[in-house]
Design a protein around this ligand. Structure first.
Ligand SMILES: Cc1cc2nc3c(=O)[nH]c(=O)nc-3n(C[C@H](O)[C@H](O)[C@H](O)COP(=O)(O)OP(=O)(O)OC[C@H]3O[C@@H](n4cnc5c(N)ncnc54)[C@H](O)[C@@H]3O)c2cc1C
Length: 648
């Protein structure tokens, strides 16, 4: 029987995540780690979306870059925590060679290792089934096709999360969405268009190149575009001394197609983008076409004679397609004023980064126009829940934001923290039997979700009380010695980073302080004593990983060398430590410590250690014997875990 006529294979889960890009992977991992049974459906053979080896964009986020860099050690630590930090640290240490494929593998490995997560690669969500035609009817199931095995699936779930970038799942379910650019009047945005139009940010095909020891020829096909010097006068490679001229990493500004429909016209756009990318490479290698007969052009003005094309993408990196209409639509003012949202679940901070939709066909317009966002800003849960479909959530570039606000929230680390938050919240919702549509207005649920997110190393602006561990609060905390402003009790300040700098958290919500214990020298210990023995099943530690610094896989050599400590653990991070429990005093009346955990090769920020059986101790001591560089220990957070991860 033909596939289209056969009954689909029935699958069931609690949470269905569609799309395994920068938003979808953390979303699915967070939901699975929070105890839900999750299926992640990804239409490509690899995970990572625009960050995957198929597209190769580097992940940036709230810490900004260049003129808008927010990072200041111990003052403004804006780099994202949680799952995206775990991925970045893993990638940094396990992928010193900066291989795009290694990054795919790291994401695949993380998903494959997660017992509650079923990963379906090469599988596309192509349809959605709702309970009825009513506007507020929930989704019952999605249909997904896997051409490689000629199979069709019907996957039912309680909550559906669209992280497809294009919003395919929500579109199939009939959820309302926005496309194009809104008018100034529509949301009162000064950066919006005077008149609304259907234009969006365009797509790009990247290329990477390598320098060889001898000249390497390049002959462009005759269908490649031809770019004159005038055409590229505002594009970065042509203005040496700018922040990022480079040959090895390609040209993010090789953008085109924003005046078309980036979904329906994707194949046309791909063909033109290949012609654009090769045309730029031809210009770089062989000089501007109008100068080729001139003596000057033989001098290799772009110093590209020894460079050769290594890889070119065939999948357009898509910046913008559909944006859903959620319970709240995030706007320019929300970002510019850092509006405080009671249902905040994530944060952003990248500038409002608008591009001309015409891309390279607008040679007289800068390829991007960046409007800095003064402080870090909240992203509320209500932007991630459909306005009408009660069990539809979303994360990533398709979340509920205007074109202008999206121009900031679209960066990948921001997509990732929203993804983690939505996955966590969805799992809590399944457990507590609360529909996504009711979550944001249920204060007790929101607070519970925020506590869980903070425990999982997400950062939420201005939360201290909710971030504290009650077991640590009940302890007397002492140490072998502390540096000034970094006492031992700071491991339970409720915030695990500093954001009090000028461009950090908005005034009044910045919670000044270092928010970590910093020892005097090494070895060092920090100790927790209780009046009565405390029982727990595990301990969680948050170490300093230099969140003021950049950390992203970039194929750009200069970017990596200038901004990062790549290929090794971050120097601030504790490398070797023991967790010990005080069981009793020995016959001499001396304290007898039992070793519960011993680690000598850590490079991660969040470490959770579970014991095989619950343990009970009157005191716990963490002994740090080595770091990855610093001469003292830094611990930003300590938690004692109750019966499960969900109850820490
Ligand atoms: C050229 C370019 C340059 C950029 N520069 C940067 C930069 O330097 N730094 C930065 O942080 N951001 C950058 N961005 C923005 C950023 O890449 C995106 O906003 C971000 O990737 C969005 O993440 P996402 O997970 O929402 O979507 P995507 O990255 O688009 O991922 C969506 C995933 O869903 C999958 N999918 C789609 N449809 C289906 C379906 N029907 N069924 C199953 N799976 C599906 C896709 O294969 C993909 O893996 C750039 C974007 C582009 C295109």
């Amino acid at each position: 029987m033909a596939l289209s006529q056969s009954d689909p294979i029935e699958l069931t889960c609690e949470i269905l995540v569609a799309g395994g890009g920068p938003a979808g992977v953390p979303c699915a991992l967070a939901a699975a780690r929070s105890g839900a049974r999750v299926i992640l459906v990804q239409d490509r053979p690899v995970l990572g979306g625009n960050a995957s080896s198929e597209v190769r964009m580097h992940i940036v986020g709230a810490n900004g870059t260049g003129r808008f860099d927010r990072g200041e050690a111990l003052i403004t630590e804006a780099r994202e925590g949680g799952i995206i930090e775990e991925i970045r640290l893993e990638n940094c240490v396990r992928n010193p060679q900066r291989s795009a494929s290694m990054f795919d593998l790291i994401l695949y490995d993380l998903c494959r290792r997660e017992p509650n997560l079923t990963l379906m690669l090469n599988t596309s969500v192509v349809g959605a089934e709702r309970e009825s035609n009513a506007n507020d009817a929930p989704i019952l199931a999605v249909l997904a096709d896997r051409p490689s095995t000629e199979e069709r699936f019907r996957i039912s779930a309680q909550t559906f999360i669209d992280c497809t970038g294009d919003g395919r799942l929500g579109f199939e379910a009939g959820a309302s969405f926005m496309e194009g650019r809104e008018s100034r009047e529509q949301f009162g945005e000064s950066l919006a268009q005077p008149v609304a139009d259907s234009h969006r940010l365009g797509s790009t095909i990247l290329l990477t190149a390598r320098k060889h020891t001898h000249p390497m020829p390049f002959q462009a096909p005759d269908w490649a575009r031809r770019f004159s010097r005038e055409d590229l006068k505002l594009r970065l490679y042509a203005t040496p001394g700018e922040e990022e001229p480079s040959h090895e990493y390609g040209y993010w500004w090789a953008e085109w197609g924003g005046t078309l429909d980036t979904i329906r016209d994707n194949e046309v756009i791909r063909d033109e983008l290949v012609a654009v990318a090769l045309g730029i490479w031809d210009h770089v290698k062989n000089g501007p076409p109008e100068e080729r007969s001139l003596e000057e052009s033989r001098k290799d003005p772009l110093e590209a004679s020894h460079w050769a094309l290594d890889w070119i993408g065939f999948l357009p990196g898509k910046r913008e397609s559909r944006r859903f209409v959620g319970q709240h639509v995030l706007t320019e003012q929300d970002l510019m004023t850092s509006r405080s949202f009671p249902d905040a679940i994530a944060y952003g901070g990248w500038s409002i980064d608008l591009h001309p939709p015409q891309g390279v066909d607008a040679p007289d317009t800068e390829p991007c126009e960046q409007h800095p966002v003064p402080w870090l800003f909240d992203i509320p849960l209500s932007c991630c829940v459909s306005r009408e479909v009660p069990n539809l959530m979303f994360a990533g570039r398709n979340l509920s934001a205007t074109h202008v606000a999206f121009a900031s929230t679209r960066v990948m680390a921001t997509c990732a923290v929203v993804g983690q938050a939505v996955g966590t919240v969805a799992a809590l919702g399944v457990r507590d039997r609360i529909l996504p549509s009711a979550m944001a207005s249920t204060q007790s649920f929101v607070e519970k979700a925020q506590r869980q997110l903070l425990a999982d190393d997400s950062f939420l602006i201005g939360c201290d009380e909710k971030g504290r561990c009650p077991v640590v609060s009940g302890a007397q905390i002492t140490s072998s010695g502390s540096q000034s402003d970094a006492p031992a009790i700071a491991v339970n300040s409720g915030q695990t980073r500093s954001v009090h700098g000028e461009r950090g958290a908005p005034r009044g919500r910045e919670l000044p302080g270092l928010h970590r214990w910093m020892s005097e020298g090494l070895a060092a210990w920090i100790r927790f004593d209780w009046e009565r023995p405390q029982s727990f099943v595990g301990i969680q530690l948050i170490f300093d990983t230099g969140l003021h610094r950049h950390l992203t896989l970039s194929h750009h050599d200069g970017y990596t060398a200038a901004k990062m400590q790549w290929g090794r653990p971050q120097p601030e991070t504790v490398r070797a430590y023991r967790v010990e429990g005080l069981s009793a005093e020995n016959q001499m009346g001396e304290e007898a410590w039992q070793c519960l955990v011993e680690v000598d090769d850590n490079y991660q920020r969040l470490r959770r250690h579970f014991f095989t059986v619950p343990v009970s101790y009157r005191a716990i001591r963490i002994v740090v014997t080595g770091t990855n560089g610093l001469d003292h220990a830094r611990i930003c957070g300590v938690r004692f875990l109750a019966e499960s991860v969900m109850e820490c």
